[in-house]
Design a binder for this molecule. Sequence first.
Ligand code: NAP
Length: 248
Amino acid sequence: MRIAVVTGAGRGIGAATAARLASDGFAVAVVDLTEENGAETVAAITDKGGRALAVGADVSNEESVAAAFEKISSELGAPSVLVNNAGVLRDNLLFKMSVDDWDTVMSVHLRGAFLCSRAAQKFMVEQKYGRIVNLSSTSALGNRGQVNYSAAKAGLQGFTRTLAMELGPFGVTANAVAPGFIVTEMTAATAARVGVDFEEFQAARAAETPVRRVGYPEDIAHAISYLVSEGAGFVTGQVIYVSGGSRG
Ligand code: NAP
């Protein structure tokens, strides 16, 4: 049984991805800030007969990531799939953005993806097989109020292409999925911050999206499922926009 690691898998896109990969036949390490955060995702998987392990770790902390991969490899086995999904928002216009808000977003998205990929590649290179997927965003193309997040998500695209070059010779692919508007607690929090009812917020986003609907975590999980499949071994260094046709 192949082992997949999904970060930020306690809810939202990460939880849907963990569930999808479990139904695809992976044993899944459900990484989130605390083990308790991952409990619901793990229960949903094991209730359906799948295998999953909740792992508490802060992806932006080197020791925490090292301990998480130690636990995963000893309790589940050597991972061959990594989905760098953990993320946070600290939106503000540039002139109001604090250094803390800048650093937090850089740390979780970029440092987190770096630390987890560095830890995971060791197992993948040893197996001469691996799949890494990084969560970018349509915000990588620029989004008002997200100078930090947009820079981090664009950074992840360069990170992805470089991983593809370095790890390709070892049978490891690296790709990015760039979601558009997906209904999760993250976008619910954005609606709350700008003072718009979440249903109205979604309707407005659906109206401006070519396919005339918003996205759901399962839409992203589906693309990730393809990229981590064995058959996708010739696809690497790519950014797939899963956004209903919105920008990108
Ligand atoms: P979400 O609902 O906010 O879930 C993010 C998860 O990441 C949470 O469970 C959170 O834990 C966890 N997390 C945060 N910081 C962490 C850390 N340092 N270490 C480990 N886990 C951490 O977000 P989502 O909407 O599912 O988004 C998932 C990914 O897709 C993110 O990278 C996001 O930027 C990207 N994305 C989302 C959208 C969208 O429309 N939703 C669009 C484009 C890209 P806590 O609950 O403890 O905070």
